[in-house]
Write a protein that binds this ligand. Structure first.
Ligand code: UDP
Length: 479
């Protein structure tokens, strides 16, 4: 066998949504830095946007072993792929793209040099593990959600068995949940993932979680975008079920750290955006006092009704704090044909803040003018905010976000949780608490976590060592 054929070749297959693609691309680059050959599988829809709005091609083309492959996600081009319709992606891929992906697996194993030796998948699709098993390829599951969310999802059968699910009515939302080991004093019904709120456990979202659990259990190892210090207790439980768990996060900080060690000329802050980054907010931030601005963004999937948007807007304005608010073009629910930000609101905002459609979030969070983050508690946003030392107000929208916001407020104590409310008085009060009244406590707690995170990705830190172990594990995988 030639030397080239000895190189390990990894196929990375994320769930095709912004947050998952973001963290998987960071992992891809980290593996390329360790001289592994990486094929990254994107949906055509996302790939076109990535090429249009990011510098990904230039950044990744410098790795000789990096290749993109694409597949159609099976949805019409004008499908929103946001709000609760984002779930359509799962079902469409399961139907349309499955045979194409099977062909791709075969081609990568049989006709590619070096041949495929390992698949790293987001865990959403059980068929990935089936195909890989048929071809004798080991799989690694990379769950891009938080450690606790992963664990809560995994405990779903236990919760059903113990009668803690389904939740029977509103009163169950405040009941303590006892069957998630390690979280007995923390979680209430309302802190469980939104998919668990269905009164019928045969609902398709609940069934999907069970399928995803099965997929994760079939993998040979598990990767989590976290670090040991913040999740030690839960990791000890998870390791009883998954003997090989690699915690290698925070991935964005890890990538930055490794790129600077490798002394590359590449810009480590380059984004992986599906929307055009509007950098006009940076000169605006430059005019603002230190830690005075609240950054508002609900990620890539959340949609808001006009009423919700007005509640946030009034709360922010009444707090008296300047704000930078990201409102994606597709994030307002259409009422009477229009999904745009109302003109009067845009006008009024000019005096008090800045509204843009998409920003380079990592850069914004590190800007000295940012003092707080009103977020939907997506895991990427949460961990990015913790690394930047920015406390949060959490308004979780769906899926794992309900769990994350609880940890932010009750475990790590780096912010406030406003789940299940959307009221201008609460927004105003929370902004004041975060930015004034309780500011020092939150800043201190966030600073400590930020330091731990940076240590974990520095040479000798837990995530640093775990990534080296992961690369070694992949190198040992041979078909
Ligand atoms: N993001 C960004 N610019 C924005 C808003 C979000 O670059 O204006 C990025 C953010 O940094 C994060 C990702 O989009 O990495 C959103 O992922 P997250 O897990 O927070 O939420 P999701 O979009 O999956 O709900």
């Amino acid at each position: 066998m030639s030397q080239q054929e000895q190189i390990s070749h990894v196929l990375i297959f994320p769930l095709p949504v912004q947050g998952h693609v973001n963290s998987m691309l960071r992992l891809a680059e980290l593996l390329c830095l360790s001289n592994l050959h990486v094929t990254f599988l994107n949906s055509v829809h996302n790939h076109d946007r990535l090429l249009r709005f990011s510098d990904i091609r230039t950044r990744l083309e410098r790795y000789p072993g990096f290749v993109f492959e694409t597949f159609p996600d099976g949805l019409p081009e004008d499908h929103p792929r946001s709000g609760d319709r984002v779930m359509d992606i799962f079902y469409a891929i399961d139907g349309v793209a499955k045979p194409l992906i099977k062909e791709l697996f075969k081609r990568l194993v049989c006709d590619t040099v070096p041949p495929l030796t390992c698949v790293i998948a987001g865990g959403a699709f059980e068929f990935v593990h089936e195909f890989a098993e048929e071809l004798g390829i080991p799989t690694i599951c990379f769950r891009t959600i938080s450690c606790c969310s992963f664990w809560v999802y995994y405990c779903l059968p236990k919760l059903i068995e113990a009668g803690e699910l389904p939740l029977k009515g509103k009163e169950d939302l405040d009941r303590k949940i006892e069957k998630v080991p390690g979280m007995e004093t923390i979680l209430r019904g309302r802190d469980l993932p939104s998919f668990f709120r269905h009164s019928d456990i045969n609902n398709r979202d609940v069934q999907l979680v069970l399928r995803v659990n099965r997929a994760s259990s079939r993998a040979d190892a598990l990767i989590l975008n976290t670090f040991e210090d913040i999740d030690a207790l839960l990791l000890s439980h998870i390791r009883c079920h998954f003997p090989k768990v690699f915690t290698i996060g925070p991935l964005h900080a890890h990538l930055k750290s490794r790129l600077s060690r490798a002394a590359t000329t590449c810009d480590p802050s380059g984004g992986n955006s599906f929307w055009e980054e509007d950098k006009s907010c940076i000169p605006w931030l430059n005019t603002m006092p230190l830690k005075s601005v609240i950054y508002v963004s609900f990620g890539s999937i959340t949609v808001l009704s006009k009423d919700q948007m007005f509640e946030f807007w009034h709360g922010l304005v009444n707090s008296g704090k300047p704000f930078l608010w990201v409102i994606r073009p597709d994030s307002i629910i259409r009422e009477n044909g229009s999904g745009h930000v109302p003109e009067e609101l845009l006008e009024a905002t000019k005096k008090r803040g800045c509204m843009v459609e998409w920003v380079p979030q990592e850069e914004v969070l590190f800007h000295p003018a940012i003092g707080g983050f009103l977020t939907h508690s997506g895991w990427n946003s949460t961990i990015e905010s913790m690394v930047a030392g920015v406390p949060m107000i959490c308004w979780p929208y769906f899926a794992d976000q309900q769990v994350n916001s609880r940890l932010v407020s009750e475990v790590w104590k780096v912010g406030l949780d406003m789940k299940d409310t959307c009221d201008r008085l609460i927004v105003e009060k929370m902004v004041r608490d975060l930015m004034d009244e309780r500011r020092e406590d939150f800043l201190q707690a966030t600073k400590e976590i930020s330091e731990m995170a940076r240590k974990s990705v520095s040479e000798g830190g837990s995530s640093y060592l775990n990534l080296d172990r992961l690369v070694e594990e992949i190198r040992l995988m041979r078909v």
